[in-house]
Design a protein around this ligand. Sequence first.
Ligand SMILES: *Cc1c(COP(=O)(O)O)cnc(C)c1O
Length: 364
Amino acid sequence: MTERVYNFSAGPAVLPLPVLEKAQAELLALPGVGSSVMEISHRSKQFTAIIEKAEANFRKLLAIPENYQVLFLQGGAQMQFAMTAMNLLAGTGGSADYVVTGTWGKKAMGTAKTQGTVRAAFDASSTNFNRVPTADELELDPAAKYVHITSNETIQGVQFPSEPYFGDAPLICDCSSDLLSRPLPIDKYGIIYACAQKNIGPAGVTVVIIRDELVEASNDGLAPMLSYKEMAAAKSLYNTPPTFAIYMVQMVTDLLISEYGSLEAMEELGKKKSALLYDVIDASGGFYIGHAEKTSRSIMNVPFRMEDPEMDALFIKEAGEAGLTALKGHRSVGGMRASIYNAMSVEGVEALKQFMVDFQAKHG
Ligand SMILES: *Cc1c(COP(=O)(O)O)cnc(C)c1O
């Protein structure tokens, strides 16, 4: 198969075609260098320019204040589940609050528990994680070392529409599946982290945006690779970083800036794309059943199912034949999940929408 399909994978996920084409064109020789980006030193002036541009792009798109560092680390989001707790919880004798709105938040809390005391300030597991909390449902510990949230639960399709008030403890956010999909008031957060392979680039690099104060407050004596202090002091170049992944991230963010200009524009597009699918679900008279409550619906991941799991299987099969792939939902939710990150075109979402309408007409 050489034709590109509409790929609704939750991650690693679709990348913008112009970025893939540019990477292809430059694969053998980076212009002016004569070698692949994979073949040059991470301390060369060419790679330095790439990582500095990637950071500058993040700073520009998210309006990141001066007193925050932007790090490019490895180990994925789950390494950050550990690093946040190792640096800011372990050995403090204190406790950290976790707002558990889905599978990833639960896993983050479980990982932190290996490092210190944690408590759930909210846990929606009794309704299979179909919503975010209201402010008065949060049971926050005023003395918490930090509060951890997951802005978008990739598996359940549950997203905070905006930041509710989480008290005065530093707010740590796993933004793995929605960073760069909308503007964020960075100064409300202590740490924002995101693995790249959903919305930002290929697997292998994880972006960490951290307030200086929290770098300083981090534990000493950790293995350097797990220490915010060491990684920040080395400007992400303590060891060899994932150079190819960072190069891709630089190009993805270049494209965001040149094509859309701002994250406000990206958010508008995300709302428009997700509404195409939610409208079909809502107008289907119960044929399609969405997972998340309406006010907690994600603009990035749209999980839905039908009454009969055999119909779900038929949907996935027929969709695949029509060039709409990777729609199988996570086993904990079942049914389908359409992941429609920044790089999924409006045409792709419209094709899925039409397929859903036709499928109901045929089988409903
Ligand atoms: C994918 C994902 C993770 C896990 O990322 P890894 O890089 O595989 O560790 C964690 N949190 C969220 C919200 C995710 O979407």
